[in-house]
Design a protein around this ligand. Sequence first.
Ligand SMILES: [Zn+2]
Ligand SMILES: [Zn+2]
Length: 166
Amino acid sequence: MPRPKKLRNVGSPPNIYGMKPIGIRAADTEKLILNLDEYEALKLADFEGLSHKEAGEKIGVSRPTFTRLIDSAHKKISSALVEGKSLIIEGGNIHFDQFLYICEDCGYRFLKSLEEEVTQCPSCGSHSIRNMANHFGHGRGCCGRSRRNRRARRRGNSNRGQGRNN
Ligand SMILES: [Zn+2]
Ligand SMILES: [Zn+2]
């Protein structure tokens, strides 16, 4: 049996599911998949300005792996821009550290921990809120990671960190 791959950390889901080009018929655009770990590499290094070393540590990958990750992200973004392709953000062997919610009524966006039960918009009180992680296949408790960890904590920390640091 192959060893399970170590999950990469993504701070929180993206604000969008992807991007499409302007000035070309949607039906004519080719689609490029930008994985969530590639998205996170761009966000940390290019957008937030972290060094590659810092960004790699946050995601939980080695320096050479980070370099491959961000090179691949740059190639995809430049291809989308130059060749007019749609970018679809999905996939990657990842877990989210936090959830991002969007209120369907007022547009308010807010981050919450994976454990927290969220049913209402803190800004307008609406119950029409969308957990962006659901779209990326990391819904409630982010694939059960936090539930597993909660159980581990109740058992007295015997398995703390299992599945993330091995
Ligand atoms: Zn709202
Ligand atoms: Zn998950």
